[in-house]
Design a protein around this ligand. Structure first.
Ligand SMILES: [Zn+2]
Length: 168
């Protein structure tokens, strides 16, 4: 038994300088992203992919930006809550594949760190997490912000695997 979920998010660059958070990692950048939380566009896409795979309400519904509670929130909390719901519904993450789209900054030196951070959040091996980077070659939104796509595969947790994970 398997499920898949897809997530997408887009944030524009802030006029103020950094910090830029992507995949739970701080990335040196002359510009940060605008957003109600810490604006981690990649973690938002991942959280929505997880929620989508189990038919749960999306991130905007669970954590409305109209609520002052979530101002400046560390987006790892969103992924942790989505992951908690996934496990509670009887699923475990098989693998996750993501693409980050922006013209700057260059993400190649940071991809491995992002994979590691995401693998820790989702308690899966680094090999089960992919972070790919694309530019728009100056077209579309590439110079104005950062977009992220995520797709996740969930496997049905067998009773023995659930026990060993819960007993961690
Ligand atoms: Zn977002």
């Amino acid at each position: 038994m398997m499920r898949v979920g897809i997530g997408y998010d887009l944030h524009r660059f802030d006029s103020a300088p950094g910090p830029l958070k992507l995949g739970g990692v701080s990335i040196p950048s002359t510009r940060g992203l605008a957003g109600h939380s810490d604006a981690d566009v990649l973690l938002h896409a991942i959280a929505d992919a997880l929620l989508g795979a189990i038919g749960a309400p999306d991130l905007g519904e669970l954590f409305p930006s109209s609520s002052a509670k979530y101002r400046g929130m560390d987006s790892r909390c969103f992924v942790e809550e989505a992951h908690r719901r996934v496990r509670a519904a009887g699923w475990i993450v098989g693998n996750i594949d993501t693409t980050v789209v922006t013209d700057a900054p260059t993400l190649t030196p940071h991809k491995q760190k992002m994979r590691q951070a995401i693998s820790r959040l989702l308690t899966v091996p680094v090999s089960a997490v992919s972070v790919k980077a694309k530019t728009t070659e100056g077209l579309a939104h590439g110079a104005k912000g950062i977009a992220a796509h995520a797709i996740v595969l969930l496997n049905h947790a067998t009773p023995s695997r659930r026990r060993s994970r819960d007993g961690r």
